[in-house]
Design a protein around this ligand. Structure first.
Ligand code: FES
Length: 145
């Protein structure tokens, strides 16, 4: 299966690449299957994600999914961002080849990790809100690819 035009667009012209100085939350996750790493920075104001940037040391699908994921959560509430699934990111990109599904899991987990960091900085235990973060994807049930 070839990559969709949207995947190619977000891969060649990724949105929101970089770092946020004084970010309110930073999340870093890695994929142990391929060694790829994703770092996500968020700025939160009054429960709204006002800015979001990422750096991905990874494959094209990881870059495209993180780019799309940042676009999807910018301007949204924390609750909405927490509900963003890798499936929704893939749908927004018009799909990914099955072997690349695990790359999109990285984007979802990186957002959750950044939000967990945000709560930790506020002195709030993030686990009841954000759930468990899979910092290392082992290619288990979460990954179909
Ligand atoms: Fe590693 Fe895609 S192959 S994230």
């Amino acid at each position: 299966m070839a990559y969709s035009e949207k995947v190619m667009d977000h891969f060649s012209n990724p949105r929101n690449v970089g770092e946020i100085e004084n970010a309110d939350g930073i999340g870093e996750v890695g994929n142990s299957r391929c060694g790829d790493i994703m770092k996500m920075y968020i700025k939160v104001d009054d429960n709204i994600i006002t800015d979001c940037k990422f750096k991905t040391f990874g494959c094209g699908a990881a870059i495209a999914t993180s780019s799309m994921a940042t676009e999807l959560i910018k301007g949204k509430t924390i609750d909405e961002a927490l509900k963003l699934t890798n499936k929704a990111v893939m749908e927004a990109l018009d799909g990914l080849p099955p072997v690349k599904v695990h790359c999109s899991v990285l984007a979802e987990q990186a957002i959750k990790a950044a939000l967990a960091d945000y709560y930790k900085k506020l002195g709030i235990d993030p686990e009841p809100i954000v759930g468990k973060i899979q910092e290392e994807c082992e290619g288990g049930a979460c990954c179909n690819g």
